[in-house]
Design a protein around this ligand. Sequence first.
Ligand SMILES: NC(=O)C1=CN([C@@H]2O[C@H](COP(=O)(O)OP(=O)(O)OC[C@H]3O[C@@H](n4cnc5c(N)ncnc54)[C@H](OP(=O)(O)O)[C@@H]3O)[C@@H](O)[C@H]2O)C=CC1
Ligand SMILES: O=C(O)C1=N[C@H](C(=O)O)C[C@H](O)C1
Length: 251
Amino acid sequence: MSKVWKVAVLGAAGRMGSEAVKAVNTAEDMDLVAALGSSDSLDEVVESGAEVIVDLTVPDVTEKNVRFAVEHGIHAVVGTTGWDDQKVANLRDLLTQHPQVGVLIAPNFAIGSILATEFAAKASKFFESVEVIEMHHPNKVDAPSGTAVHTAHKIAEAREEAGVGASPDATTKDEGGSRGAVVDGVHVHAVRLRGLVAHQEILLGDAGQQLVIRHDSFDRASFMPGVLLGVREVAAHPGLTHGLDGFLDLS
Ligand SMILES: NC(=O)C1=CN([C@@H]2O[C@H](COP(=O)(O)OP(=O)(O)OC[C@H]3O[C@@H](n4cnc5c(N)ncnc54)[C@H](OP(=O)(O)O)[C@@H]3O)[C@@H](O)[C@H]2O)C=CC1
Ligand SMILES: O=C(O)C1=N[C@H](C(=O)O)C[C@H](O)C1
């Protein structure tokens, strides 16, 4: 009999959380021991004997939830957005005091999205210009998306390593932020539209040519294999892993 993971889902009544509850309940190597909403106490996680939490809550509370888990020796798989540099640095500090605990922060659990980000970062040193467009359902509370921020970061890293300069841009007058947010020097545009789930395009331009790398999540089912992989792997990776690509062989 293989290991059966005791899992607590936080944000269990939400769009992602409710899918995760179904996915964990369907996985033979997992046992859903707690499903928490916003009015439940985190003490339930400890009382349930959970070995791993899956955090799919809201940007304002995810840091508190993850800190609680780490302080109680519980691993964490985190899909919630809002992990800025300061929060990530604080978490790294905390994990040094709990070296046996693993935390995965996954800006996106969908394999296609992870590959799109990877391909875009690889391609970006060959093109003078690069911009990101993320498109989501209108109930999303944060912009730009965590995936777009992560993608911009990876692109910026790859271009810096290759010695590629900033994308050319003659704009001197931008009425109302028409050129979007600038994340690590990469312009990021956010669309919110009824009917959408989660979509991203990376536009790469050079003299006389354009490459567009696009990923679409049409259903939240697309995220579930990644969530389950995270639960199965996180304990084997103590410390912080930022991006599910850390658990995949993309070489
Ligand atoms: N990494 C990935 O692949 C993906 C990540 N996401 C991210 O996941 C997060 C959740 O998205 P989504 O499901 O659409 O959002 P929802 O608003 O549908 O769900 C959030 C849930 O969290 C609950 N919640 C709020 N505070 C707490 C708390 N303190 N403890 C427990 N539960 C709490 C809310 O409950 P209540 O209604 O009672 O307030 C709600 O049910 C977002 O940050 C989103 O960007 C989304 C899709 C994919
Ligand atoms: O809120 C969402 O829906 C999503 N959030 C994540 C993000 O901000 O990148 C992941 C995915 O894009 C869906």
